[in-house]
Ligand binder design. Structure first.
Ligand code: DAH
Length: 333
């Protein structure tokens, strides 16, 4: 055995001992990684020791090579074992830090609930989507054209006064009804049409137990070939029955510029009739305004008062209760 060979053997043995000790005392995964680089890395101590191999006589190289592998494997083995142990310890520490104390008092979050107007709208739209209607919406700020003109209100017709409204300084207005969306929807779509439109409307109305200057409507519109007043009546009846069950209803003849014939429908509420909707067959002039041929298509439409539906549904005695956020009232629903 040459002098260099025994030197190198001693060096490798020392390396193994020192490395194994260092690995055994490492406390973190970072330290462990530094040790891996220090001993087994490309420029690590093991590689450096092997730099001396070239000087050995060829017949001694295999032995030293085998010893090198042995040291390398021993260190690698220790590194793996230690890594597994450190990782497990880390998880254990985390688990202990995050222990859940199930006996601690809970955090109180007051429970909200849906406003009766919203739940009434949802309920009505559920029924109409069940009947094949699509839901659409339109803007609350409107032009005279969509609110009146396209709906066949003549410029000086007294029907405008019934809905006299809040005008904006630019000449626009706050819509008085959701019928505006009939026009907007028909402009963008071709028949056949079945659409339901929930929304807020504004009117110069004197407030009392059944009137409010700001309220909600749901509009429906159906346009197709061959629709008749029976279809309208059937739809309204099916809807009101689904909404209220077996409540007495009555159709009354009425007038709206955009329907011919027109009707209003009342239901029983607190021992008297309460109007809950206006409806009718779409006036041919309205169909013409959006470019439909009234010789081919007919339609029916209706506008429901959401507050009134809610009042009948829950037997609420005054519309104003729906707006003043009294929790004693709202918690009942
Ligand atoms: N827009 C009417 C109102 O607010 C209600 C109405 C009547 C809507 C007849 C309609 C309808 O669609 O056909 O008083």
């Amino acid at each position: 055995m040459t002098h260099q060979t025994s030197d190198l053997e001693a060096q490798l043995d020392a390396l193994r001992q020192e490395g194994q000790q260092a690995i055994a005392t490492a406390e973190t995964l970072e330290q462990l990684d530094q040790l891996r680089v220090k001993y087994l890395g490309k420029k690590g101590q093991l590689s450096q020791a092997l730099g001396g191999m070239g000087k050995l006589p060829p017949e001694e190289r295999p032995r030293i090579g085998a010893l090198t592998n042995e040291v390398k494997e021993a260190l690698q083995n220790d590194l793996d074992t230690k890594r597994t142990a450190l990782q497990a310890a880390q998880i254990q520490a985390q688990l202990e830090a995050e222990t859940l104390d199930v006996t601690m008092p809970g955090m109180y979050r007051p429970q909200g609930r849906m406003h009766p107007l919203n739940s009434t709208i949802d309920r009505a739209l559920d029924i109409f989507t069940g009947l094949g209607y699509t839901v659409a919406q339109g803007p609350e700020m409107e032009t005279d054209y969509y609110n009146f003109e396209a709906l066949n209100f003549q410029p000086d017709h007294p029907a405008r006064d019934m809905q006299d409204t809040l005008y904006l300084t630019d000449g626009n207005l706050l819509r008085t009804h959701t019928s505006t969306v009939q026009i907007r929807y028909m402009e963008e779509n071709d028949p056949p049409i079945r659409v339901a439109v929930p929304g807020r409307v504004y009117r110069r109305d004197t407030v009392d137990a059944t009137h409010s200057a700001v309220f909600h409507q749901i509009e429906i519109l159906a346009v197709d070939e061959g629709l008749t007043f029976s279809d309208l009546r059937g739809t309204i009846k099916v809807f009101l029955e689904a909404m209220f069950g077996d409540v007495p209803i009555r159709f009354r003849p009425s007038f709206f510029p955009f329907t011919e014939p027109s009707a209003e429908v009342d239901v029983q509420w607190k021992g008297r009739w309460l109007e809950v909707l206006g409806c009718g067959m779409v006036d041919p002039n309205v169909l013409k305004a959006v470019g439909y041929d009234p010789e081919v298509y007919t339609g029916f439409a209706a506008g429901f008062g959401v507050e009134r539906l809610a009042m009948v549904l829950h037997q609420i005695d005054d519309i104003r209760r729906l707006y003043n956020s009294d929790l004693r009232f709202l918690r009942q629903f």
